[in-house]
Design a protein around this ligand. Sequence first.
Ligand SMILES: Cc1cc2nc3c(=O)[nH]c(=O)nc-3n(C[C@H](O)[C@H](O)[C@H](O)COP(=O)(O)OP(=O)(O)OC[C@H]3O[C@@H](n4cnc5c(N)ncnc54)[C@H](O)[C@@H]3O)c2cc1C
Length: 379
Amino acid sequence: MDLTLTAEEEAFRDELRAWLEENHPGPSPTGGDQAQFEFERKWQKVLHAGGWAGISWPKEYGGRGATLIEQAIASEEMARAKVPRPANVLGLVMGGPVVIAHGDEEQKERFLDPILSGDEIWCQGFSEPESGSDLASLKTKAVKSNGGWKVTGQKVWTTFAHEAKWCMLLARTDPDVPKHKGLTYFICDMEQDAVEVRPLRQITGESEFNELFIEDAEIPDENVIGGVGNGWNVAITTLMHERAGLGASAALQLGIALDELAELASERGRADDPIIRDKLARLRIGIEGLRLGAMRALTETMKVGIPGPEGSVAKLQWSSANQGLTELAVEVGGVELLEKDNLWAYRFLRARANSIEGGTTEILKNIVAERVLGLPKLR
Ligand SMILES: Cc1cc2nc3c(=O)[nH]c(=O)nc-3n(C[C@H](O)[C@H](O)[C@H](O)COP(=O)(O)OP(=O)(O)OC[C@H]3O[C@@H](n4cnc5c(N)ncnc54)[C@H](O)[C@@H]3O)c2cc1C
């Protein structure tokens, strides 16, 4: 791993930094979830027009063909500039890379461009009420019917399903083979009556995710990705991309939040408190560890071509640092920090989900133990 930027990487960073200064969309709007989502969709269009959506996607599919190190630089620059995330984040980070890795040419032609432009929003329909960590046990079934599939089942925690045109849907196509082998990965059209989307309200007051009730939804054969019965392999690619994508800019965002927390400690006269100082220092060290680990994971990905289990380490470090940081903010700021509309209150409440979303802490620890450290498996 070489942490020095090459001349090309520096030029790339400077170009993006200048572009962000010129094109910054300004502060987030007030007016709730929908206004925020439209703001993020508009921002994605600006990114797309400037050639900054799908930065690491190959040029032939409309991306910028950047290396993963450049992708990490870009994520850092965007975090530094405090621009919003693009609306179609799940399509950009997971849907597109999966279609590029496992899709055929027609699927690439059909699906990739509207992901980049944000015209078609994607969601991820993996988790079910009784299948989260043990994803391969999922029960949603797909049955062959003329020229396609009929899908029936229930999904839960489906982020952005209420905005989505397409869902990366994992369903059981063969109940008679071992559970990992009977799954198929579909791209399901959300715009049909057979798919009912019911919002779930979170502790923050937002409704970012949903339940899906699916009754005989129709999916044509051409929307199977990676072949019938190969869904588990395709799903693993999705999850690796999800975790790899999370790690890249997390350290910078956490670093900015930690600076704000240090300022808060000064304002509240707690900056000289040795216990608070110790906690701030531990967080700073953890964030630096996350940054270096994320760079190491990227180096490994560049060597082998696809993200590996190292992304799970970054996801673990990020969730623990963000929860520790927001808890410390509440300790420093006291209960008044928890008032409605206080940004710290939002961050504190939203951070509770960090150790569940994208794989729980316990599951990630198993992955790190077995697949990164090579410790013996329990089962
Ligand atoms: C904000 C948010 C957004 C999400 N967005 C999506 C989305 O868009 N699409 C989607 O498909 N899913 C989404 N999820 C779901 C998420 O992936 C699951 O919640 C997660 O995988 C855990 O599954 P579960 O909730 O069923 O918990 P369970 O799997 O039931 O786990 C419950 C507890 O048991 C522990 N546990 C389970 N198995 C083991 C084991 N083998 N060893 C040790 N401990 C274990 C877990 O760590 C956890 O503490 C989202 C979740 C959140 C919080």
